[in-house]
Design a protein around this ligand. Structure first.
Ligand code: PMP
Length: 416
């Protein structure tokens, strides 16, 4: 296996991921679906097992040794995650996934703080997780929803964005840092600064579900008041996500879910609430999963997020021309590898994405086919679905050839 010009060693990385070494339909697995969920390195799997085999206890309440260990591991994971994205650990709330993080902000911030005359601005590129939670609270709160259109090249129409911002009425901007469909990296910091210049009260919610796993991230540089992401897309377990928020904003927010842990005191007909982040972590949290996510961010930090990014740029540099070279294939999104991530959506003339996905699967190649939970974007591209090949730190340039060969074989099979 070739190394890379970045000094990054994919062979060593690959040895850490047991799931990469299995076969599918008798073929070596080529896993190109990390934008849906990533594989987990052995250290994350071991951390989960160790949590259950050695440190089982509930957090924050016990006085015994195991409870202290579990609490220490849980809080150490919070600090590791905070460091990974440049956040204050007190502003890191563990949620079930990115989706729950958006719902928390919608219920505890947007519904309380936005009203008639305010605009909540999102984009046509968003995942449903960054659309539906706002739509749910909009009728009651009475704010207006507006969307930045996507251009044919898979980038945001920043002229229309500027026009909407000029009204001075945008009170919340919700935007993805990286598209899960077309890979576009959006100018989030510039967009946030423009919104705040026009309305100093505005807050910026960044969807980091695709960017945090793949790009070095610093919340302050991003200008994010809130940053939402999921553990399972960044080498961590399922069942845990993160809402990283600005402390002063979180402090002023009422709880989202009620129950144990999120209270200071409870009376029969009323309660007072705990400080952040505990106010937003009702009930027994995902203890083992938090420890697993802590191990995942340590793993990614050791691999080096700059190296991960360079490695993925190198893959995209090869993958996009290779796909373009196949007659009948159209790749969506930016072609400049530096302007995009490694989630690559394409369509093939005369073939349904599900047929492509099925034939590729027979070759051991796992890709995604469908609307990728971004139906407005897929409609804007004038499609019903796309096929998406998404690469991560453990993928290699060598895996592009089998992908392209299998697409050609699909064309031959269906005689297109
Ligand atoms: N936003 C983006 C850009 C995503 O790709 C995803 C997952 N596909 C989500 C949000 C939601 O993540 P989860 O399903 O883990 O909550």
């Amino acid at each position: 296996m070739a190394g890379t010009t970045t000094g990054f060693d994919p062979a060593a990385i690959r040895a850490d991921f047991p799931n990469l070494h299995r076969e599918v339909h008798g073929k070596p697995l080529v896993y190109l679906d990390s934008a849906a969920t990533s594989f987990k390195p052995q250290v994350v799997i071991d951390t989960l097992a160790d949590s259950y085999s050695q440190h089982t206890a509930n957090v924050h309440r016990g006085v015994h040794a195991l409870a202290e260990e579990a609490t220490d591991r849980y809080e150490a994971a919070r600090t590791a995650v905070a460091d990974f994205v440049g956040a204050d650990p007190r502003g890191v709330v563990f949620t079930k996934n990115a989706t729950e993080a958006f719902n928390l902000i919608a219920q505890s911030y947007a519904k309380q703080q936005l009203g008639a005359g305010d605009i909540l601005l999102y984009t046509e590129m968003e995942h449903h997780a960054n659309l539906v939670p706002w739509q749910l609270v909009q009728p009651e709160a009475g704010f207006e929803l507006a969307a930045v259109p996507v251009r044919a090249d898979g980038t945001l129409d920043l002229d229309t964005f500027a026009e909407i911002v000029r009204t001075g009425r945008v009170k919340l901007l919700a935007v993805t840092a990286m598209s899960n469909v077309v890979g576009t990296i959006n100018p989030v910091a510039e967009m946030g600064a423009a919104v705040k210049a026009a309305n100093p009260e505005a807050v910026v919610v960044v969807d980091g579900a695709q960017s945090v796993p793949h790009l070095p991230t610093d919340m302050t540089e991003l200008g994010a008041d809130f940053l939402c992401f999921s553990g399972h897309k960044m080498c961590g377990p399922t069942g845990i996500g993160v809402l990283a928020g600005r402390l002063d904003v979180l402090d002023a927010m009422p709880p989202f879910l009620g129950g144990g842990e999120m209270i200071l005191d409870v009376h029969l007909f009323g309660a007072t609430y705990n400080e952040v982040p505990y106010r937003f972590e009702a009930g027994t949290p995902m203890i083992a999963e938090a420890a697993g996510l802590g191990a995942a961010v340590r793993y990614l930090t050791d691999a080096g997020m700059d190296a991960v990014r360079s490695h993925e740029i190198e893959i995209v540099e090869h993958a996009i021309p290779a796909l373009h070279d196949i007659p009948g294939v159209t790749v969506h999104g930016p072609t400049d590898p530096k302007a995009r991530g490694a989630a690559i959506s394409f369509v093939v003339d005369g073939l349904h994405p599900h047929d492509i996905g099925t034939v590729l699967d027979r070759e051991g190649i796992a890709v995604r086919a469908g609307h990728h939970c971004a139906k407005p974007l897929i409609r804007a591209l004038g499609k019903a679905a796309t096929t998406r090949a998404s690469f991560y730190l453990y993928n290699t340039v060598e895996e592009i050839d089998p992908l392209c060969d299998a697409i050609r074989a699909t064309q031959a099979f269906f005689e297109v």
